[in-house]
Design a protein around this ligand. Structure first.
Ligand code: INI
Length: 159
């Protein structure tokens, strides 16, 4: 018989890691709930408040450039992107939501800094509220946990 396969998986308990949260001001009444969820999840994982920087940008369209700057600074082990893009009557939604997601993925692949994607893309305000601390949980908290897990996983894969 050959040996056992190794299972390599991220652990969300992250002591000593510095985290940047990049949060849009647009739809702040939703995004601020995502931000509370993310901060609670980070505290639960043992990240010290002094190791967390919260960066506010105008809207989801501006998130990637701030995430990129945070990533290239090499100050952060994990970054969390928070926003709420809600479909209106125009194709604007598709550009804002699509470019936000694409830009964030590009930063992650280019810099190897994990970015939790807590940007809601919803048809209605009600759907967004359900995902920002309502019946469907808090996607800000989920994004924070994902970013910490990925930071831990990437560290393990690098050795
Ligand atoms: N920004 C958002 O974060 N959410 C939206 O739903 C949204 N809509 O619907 O327009 C939005 N637009 C602003 C955009 O992100 C930029 O801030 C703006 O275009 C200036 O560059």
């Amino acid at each position: 018989m050959t040996g056992h396969s190794r299972i390599i998986e991220g652990d969300a308990a992250a002591k000593g890691v510095c985290v940047a949260i990049v949060a849009a001001r647009f739809n702040a009444f939703v995004v601020d709930k995502l931000l509370s969820g993310a901060l609670q999840a980070l505290a639960a994982a043992g990240v010290r408040a002094g190791n967390i920087d919260v960066v506010r940008v105008p809207g989801a369209f501006e998130i990637p450039v701030a995430v990129n700057q945070a990533a290239v600074s090499r100050r952060y082990g994990a970054i969390i992107a928070l926003g709420a893009v809600i479909r209106g009557e125009t194709p604007h939604f598709d550009y804002v939501a699509g470019e936000c997601a694409r830009g964030i993925m590009r930063v992650m692949l280019d810099t190897h800094v994990p970015v939790g994607f807590g940007v809601l893309t919803c048809d209605t305000l009600e759907q967004a509220q359900t995902r920002a601390g309502g019946a469907a949980g808090n996607k800000g908290a989920d994004a924070a946990q994902a970013a910490l897990q990925m930071a831990n996983l990437l560290q393990q894969l690098a050795h």
